[in-house]
Design a protein around this ligand. Structure first.
Ligand SMILES: [Zn+2]
Length: 96
């Protein structure tokens, strides 16, 4: 039986897990390692436009330039969205 995610007890990765996932993704995007379950459990759900995501809109995008990758672990049912920005040569960091 599938368990619904109720808002109160949704499994999420914490910040430390997010960092682990980001490093793992950058090392090997085709086999991201879950910090809780190990390799072979995480699938890439979607690539989203990171700029649109900042405004709360989920727009599918190609995994290039500014994008976010949505990951889901089949082992622990945790999901994560990692944002990546293509480094621009000589560009100053934008004020947040
Ligand atoms: Zn997991």
């Amino acid at each position: 039986m599938l368990k619904d995610h109720s808002p109160g007890e949704r499994s999420e990765y914490d910040n430390e897990d997010g960092l682990f996932l980001a490093v793992s993704y950058l090392e090997n995007p085709s086999d991201v390692v879950c910090p809780h379950c190990g390799p072979g459990r995480i699938e890439v759900v979607a690539y989203l436009d990171a700029t649109e995501l900042k405004h709360g809109r989920r727009v599918m995008a190609a995994p290039e330039d500014d994008y976010a990758v949505v990951l889901f672990c089949r082992g622990c049912s945790r999901g994560a969205a990692l944002s990546f920005r293509k480094p621009q040569p000589g560009e100053d960091r934008r004020a947040a």
